[in-house]
Design a binder for this molecule. Structure first.
Ligand SMILES: Nc1ncnc2c1ncn2[C@@H]1O[C@H](COP(=O)(O)OP(=O)(O)OP(=O)(O)O)[C@@H](O)[C@H]1O
Length: 482
């Protein structure tokens, strides 16, 4: 791949390519498969120049998109995996696409936890002052830069996250207060844990720029610890870590079963707490449910405040979409927002990914976002959320939509308020399932197949006459299809 790009790689090009593959795999793990496939898959390594990694993308649009949305994370991944690299330059080169896809690494290489461990040097007590050189290391290499998008201003608060948000605000206002140290945030994938942690760090830095805040993933913690062990440099590792005023470690579940790293983390944790520093942690589970974490560490994790980020509600998803659409400066019709909020319920990251893609599509082709563009542009995301439709599902959704009782689907009542929704449900059952007319009739209170046929024709006719009604039925259909 790299040779095709016409760049000269250094003599150890094989090693560089392997490091690049690891950097990409790391990024993929971080952003998730869907986003990676959408935006990052077509990156290819063009070479390295001094401390700069040169990366090609096939179009200007993609280059700008990657720069604006993934620039920091890409740089961090390259810094972590490509020794000596400090920055990334993104360029446009059409030929890059195919080779990059072929060269793709599916799984990130495993990090070895089973290294020979030198006898532990227990460091306790207050932090040791750091030298300017160490300070430099801390600033430039060791710490993950904060994502500029993740601030309290951009965090949308709703019932499922209000407690976690309030705790985060409190810690940002007065760190290391009794009762709030450590702050342990937990919740499912993509629900805003990292966003809140970065928000705290930004808020602290805004108030006093010299405040030293270390944010890193648990994986990074382990990675650096192992590197320190290998180079017999554990003292420096400890000194660096213990010099910060706030330590944030994300995705703590990564430490499960990694006994040596846990041991080191435990010492770091105790030293910082004893020295009156604030610790903020995140994981996908509550401390009590983190099996595979030593009991004594688990107990310490719960000693401050534990706050749960619950699964999002429809209302919260809708508010998040509205906020993100506003800040993207693109008109996303409320029908489309409702559709996405209803259908992409798994996590905010997926929801955001879907919106980003719609926005990008609209900008690229200069076309407005409409209900019709959604299945066209998001077919793969929708497929991932796909399910087999049953007549029950259709009846339930239609009844809910028109605010009638589910039993009316099979009742004999003929008033328009219930008969029309029933006809819509029959129509959708015909369109969206492979059931025959008699089968559909049976499921709607043993009606005759001619009644179903009449309903299908009637709804088709009404849709032709009344655009508002047509839009309503189309929305229902899309919600069911997604
Ligand atoms: N309440 C919210 N308001 C605005 N954006 C949000 C909210 N919750 C999550 N997001 C966005 O969703 C995306 C995923 O959030 P984040 O990375 O913080 O999730 P996470 O809980 O750390 O996930 P993981 O477990 O995968 O690390 C981010 O882009 C974040 O900005």
């Amino acid at each position: 791949m790299d040779q095709d790009s016409g760049e000269t790689l250094p003599p150890n090009a094989g090693k560089t390519a392997a490091s690049w593959a690891r950097a990409r795999a790391r990024l993929r793990q971080e952003v998730g498969d869907v986003e990676y496939r959408n935006w990052l898959r077509q990156m290819s390594l063009a070479g390295v120049e001094g401390e700069t990694v040169l990366v090609n993308l096939p179009t200007r649009f993609l280059r700008d998109w990657v720069r604006d949305h993934y620039g920091d994370r890409l740089r961090v991944a390259c810094q972590a995996e490509m020794p000596g690299m400090r920055q990334v330059t993104l360029r446009v080169q059409a030929a890059a696409a195919k080779a990059a896809v072929e060269d793709e690494v599916e799984e990130p290489p495993a990090l070895a936890e089973s290294v020979t461990v030198a006898p532990q040097v227990a460091v306790t007590g207050t932090a040791v002052p750091v030298t300017p050189a160490q300070e430099g290391l801390l600033r430039n290499d060791w710490l993950v830069p904060l994502d500029q998008r993740f601030t309290f201003d951009t965090f949308v608060v709703g019932k499922p996250n209000e407690f976690a948000h309030a705790c985060a605000r409190r810690v940002a206002e007065s760190p290391a207060q009794a009762g709030f140290n450590p702050l342990f945030l937990y919740g499912g994938v993509g629900l805003g844990k990292t966003h809140l942690m970065h928000s705290i760090a930004w808020a602290l830095r805004e108030r006093s720029p010299d405040f030293s805040v270390a944010y890193m993933s648990a994986e990074k913690f382990m990675y650096r610890f192992i590197a320190a062990l290998r180079s017999h440099n554990t003292m420096e590792f400890k000194t660096q870590l213990r010099s910060v005023q706030v330590l944030m470690v994300d995705d703590l579940q990564f430490l499960i079963g990694k006994d040596n790293t846990q041991e080191e983390f435990f010492h770091t944790f105790n030293a910082l707490i004893d020295a009156g520093k604030q610790i903020i942690l995140s994981a996908d589970k509550a401390p009590t449910d983190l099996s595979g974490i030593e009991d004594r560490l688990r107990t310490r994790l719960s000693a401050g405040i534990v706050a749960d980020l619950h699964a999002t509600t429809y209302e919260l998803r809708l508010s998040i979409l509205q906020a993100k659409a506003n800040s993207a400066g693109v008109d996303v019709p409320s029908r489309v927002q409702e559709l996405l909020a209803r259908k992409i319920a798994s996590n905010v990251r997926d929801l955001e990914g879907a919106l980003n893609r719609l926005v990008a599509h609209a900008k690229l082709f200069g076309r407005p976002i409409t209900l019709d563009t959604v299945p066209e542009v998001l077919s793969d995301i929708l497929r991932a959320h796909d399910k087999r439709l049953s007549i029950d599902d259709i009846q339930r959704k239609v009844a809910e939509h028109y605010n009638i009782r589910l039993t009316e689907m099979a009742s004999a009542r003929r008033s328009r308020a219930v008969a029309r929704p029933r006809q819509v449900a029959m129509y959708l059952a015909k369109q969206l399932t492979s059931r025959s007319l008699p089968e559909i009739g049976r499921r709607f209170g043993n009606r005759d197949h001619t009644t179903v046929l009449h309903a299908v024709n009637k709804i088709t006719e009404l849709m032709g006459e009344d655009p508002a009604f047509a839009e309503d039925v189309t929305l229902l259909r899309k919600m069911l299809e997604m």
